[in-house]
Design a protein around this ligand. Structure first.
Ligand code: ADP
Length: 356
């Protein structure tokens, strides 16, 4: 979707993915190669004035070595490589918030048993997503039972937050130090995967969420587009869960809200031409996850279009519709009960998709 946003602005993009039929390769020129291969990244660099990524699992040292191989200036990689290094280690990310005084759960390396208070959340420092790599330890016994995970120092233990809601804000930060924010949204999770995103209509909570999210991006010296996941706690205290250094699922509503899309913002900030977030109307997004018994995709999309003209359907073109995998989403924008409309449209899609 960033590729398509760039193309609309007359900017050509080459993508890198080991799958020659990746979603990005379906809409523009692509290099087939691994994001963990410095030579493949170096090849991309020789073709591109700027490099960006939509995947925080690319290792920072692989990017650095690709830059060295072809003499590519590291500051042409946006978000910056140092920011990526801080974010991709969840413990370093927490430490950056603590140093900057940004509210965030206290965290220590999970093998420091004497420092840990219960209940706590144990997380893999590297590579977790959609709750994979997250475990709860209510008691010391739970913690001991999880020893095979944390004993090698690769996990952190953090304070369990008794949050009321989860929220998110997309933040744009330029090389010149200017920042812009998209509206604050609530996010509803199901089995640790984001299920629904809808607007926060309380102006004070929104403003505080945007402020904390912006401070979090500054704490990691961020330049680029960032999805900041937040906890809303008692007394409207807002703290940071984590940052994704890329377009984010919780910003997908912006494809249809009539204002600037997060992908447009992504491209602009990489090119150094970001000119502020243009607002749109309230919007709700329902994620569409893969199901085991998926049948005819076209019929399911047709059913949504026919029965829910207010819904906008997006499909990512991922080859395998594995159960639980984010395959697409549905946006409903404007007035009325947009949450109910979006959920009903998704129900129509999933019911039709599973029928032969
Ligand atoms: P991932 O990167 O796998 O998505 P997260 O850190 O976002 O992992 O955690 C997944 C979910 O687990 C969050 O959306 C939230 O519901 C819950 N969670 C994460 N950290 C905490 C915490 N410290 N306290 C309470 N719940 C948490």
């Amino acid at each position: 979707m960033s590729v398509m946003a760039a193309q609309r602005m007359g900017v050509s993009v080459v993508s890198l993915d080991e799958d020659p039929e990746s979603p990005a390769a379906q809409v523009g020129p692509a290099i087939t190669g691994s994001i963990h291969d410095a030579d493949a990244i170096a090849r991309l660099m020789t073709e591109c004035e700027f490099v960006t990524f939509e995947n925080e699992f690319i290792r920072a040292d692989t990017l650095r070595s690709a830059c060295e191989k072809v003499g590519y200036e590291p500051d042409r990689v946006v978000p910056g490589i140092d920011t990526l290094a801080t974010i991709q280690d969840k413990l370093h990310q927490r430490e950056a918030y603590e140093r900057a005084g940004v509210p965030s759960p206290r965290a220590v390396s999970a093998d420091l048993a004497e420092m840990i208070e219960f209940p706590c959340v144990l997380k893999a420092r590297f590579g977790g997503y959609d709750g994979k790599g997250t475990r709860y330890a209510k008691t010391e016994e739970d913690y001991q039972a999880l020893e095979p995970f944390w004993s090698d120092g690769g996990w952190l233990a953090e304070e369990l937050v008794e949050f009321g809601e989860e929220m998110a804000v997309m933040v744009v930060a330029t090389r010149e130090g200017e920042t812009g924010t998209f509206p604050a949204v609530y996010t509803r999770q199901k089995n640790y995967v984001c299920d629904l995103v809808y607007p926060c209509t309380d102006p004070e909570i929104s403003a505080e969420a945007q402020r904390v999210a912006t401070e979090a991006v500054k704490a990691v010296a961020g330049v680029g587009l960032f999805g900041v996941e937040l906890f809303l706690e008692a007394n409207n205290r807002i703290s940071v869960n984590e940052i994704a250094p890329r377009p984010h699922n919780t910003g997908h509503y912006s494809l249809d809200w009539g204002g600037m899309s997060q992908f447009e913002a992504h491209v602009q900030v990489v090119l150094g031409s970001f000119s502020g977030v243009r607002s749109g109307v309230p919007a709700c997004m329902a994620n569409v996850l893969g199901i085991d018994d998926a049948k005819d995709l076209k019929r399911a999309i047709d059913a949504v279009c026919r029965e829910h003209p207010e819904a906008r359907f997006h499909w990512y073109g991922k080859k395998q519709a594995k159960a639980g995998r984010k395959m697409g989403h549905i946006n409903v924008c404007g007035s009325g009960d947009i949450i109910d409309y979006a959920e009903r449209a998704r129900e129509t899609f999933l019911t039709t998709w599973s029928q032969s």
